[in-house]
Each structure stands twice: as structure tokens, then as C-alpha cells.
Design a protein around this ligand. Structure first.
Ligand SMILES: [Fe+2]
Length: 196
């Protein structure tokens, strides 16, 4: 199959509480698009052309094929990240995810503090993820570079991209400011969908 860059599931101007349209233009139109192009180039004429994206991530990780793995995982991670964002009016913590966060972290505030800490303290490039682990408990993990919960058979629920390219245009080196603003635009309806 040929891997495709998805359209953003929102209008960049609706996400100004997080990032400028210029950031989305570069982050989606250059960085994410670049991973998709490099993935298609690396997969051409190989068995990876026959696999869907999640299979390609797992197989290339197992076989340590970094040119497939890094680009396939970054394609998946970015697609997942875009779906975690929405305009502030639609960002309402609700439903099953609210109950589960309060149960597993004690309170939303404690969850938010821990997730913020994970995102801000990750050394170098990577992602912070909220996942459901094998014991059906919610957990926060840090993942370096392109890593994601799929490679450990964990269910991904929410993520934030803390590669510098995610925030440098608007926030320069101030990653904590970007992470703080992220809480204004989390698509909790999507996180509930991810939990199903
Ligand atoms: Fe990114």
C-alpha cells in the first residue's frame, strides 16, 4: 500500500489557543509529510508495501529496520496526535475517561501534573503518552524519538508531541509553556473513543 498523509481533523485557526497556523503548516505540511514520503520511499519494492501501518511498525521494530520503523511510527504518532486536538470550546473532560483518570490517578489534577512532568522532563525528542496497560490501568509513559505504545502492545489514549518542531516557532525553547497550553485543546471525546 502507499501510505497517505491525512488531512488535519481541524482548521489550524481554531487551534490558536495552542499553536499558530504557521506551526501547523510546518509540522503537518513539512515534518509529518516528510515522514510519509520517506516511509513510502523506504517501503518501495519491499514486503512493507503489503502491510498496513501498524503491522509495518511492529515488524520493522522487531527486525530493527530503522528506516521503516522511524518513519512509520512518526506517521502513526502524528496522525494520532492531530486527533487528540480540538478547539477549546469542544475540549471538555467527560465520560469514561474522566472516571478512569480519577480512579487511577486520584484526581484530574494529579494526572495533569504527572503528564505535564512527563512531557516537560523527557530528554531530547519524543512523546508523552497516556496508555491503558495490560492490567487495564491507566499509566503515563515517556517515549523517545519515534517510540509509541504499539511496540509494547499497549493501548494509546492521549499523546503530546514534544519534539522541538512541535513548538519552536511559537514558543522557542519554552516547552513547558507549550505543554501548559495543550490542556486547552485536548479532544476528550476522542480520548474516550480511544479507550473503547
Ligand atoms: Fe512532530
Amino acid at each position: 500500500m502507499t501510505y497517505q498523509l491525512p488531512n488535519l481533523p481541524f482548521k489550524p485557526e481554531d487551534l490558536s489557543a495552542l499553536s499558530s497556523p504557521e506551526t501547523f503548516e510546518f509540522h503537518h505540511g513539512k515534518h509529518h509529510a516528510g515522514y510519509v514520503k520517506k516511509l513510502n520511499d523506504a517501503a518501495e519494492g519491499t514486503e512493507y508495501e503489503e502491510l498496513d501501518l501498524e503491522e509495518a511498525i511492529k515488524k520493522s521494530h522487531e527486525l530493527n529496520n530503522t528506516s521503516i520503523y522511524n518513519n512509520a511510527a512518526q506517521h502513526w504518532n502524528h496522525s494520532f496526535f492531530w486527533n487528540c486536538l480540538t478547539n477549546p470550546e469542544d475540549s471538555n473532560l467527560n465520560g469514561e475517561i474522566k472516571t478512569r483518570i480519577e480512579k487511577d490517578f486520584g484526581s484530574f489534577q494529579q494526572f495533569q501534573d504527572q503528564f505535564t512532568m512527563a512531557a516537560c522532563s523527557l530528554f531530547g525528542s519524543g512523546w508523552a503518552w497516556l496508555i491503558e496497560n495490560a492490567d487495564q490501568k491507566l499509566e503515563i509513559i515517556q517515549a523517545a524519538n519515534a517510540d509509541n505504545p504499539l511496540i509494547n502492545d499497549q493501548k494509546a489514549l492521549l499523546t503530546i508531541d514534544v519534539w522541538e518542531h512541535a513548538y519552536y516557532i511559537d514558543y522557542r525553547n519554552a516547552r513547558p509553556e507549550f505543554v501548559k497550553k495543550f490542556w486547552n485543546v485536548v479532544n476528550w471525546n476522542q480520548v474516550n473513543e480511544n479507550l473503547k
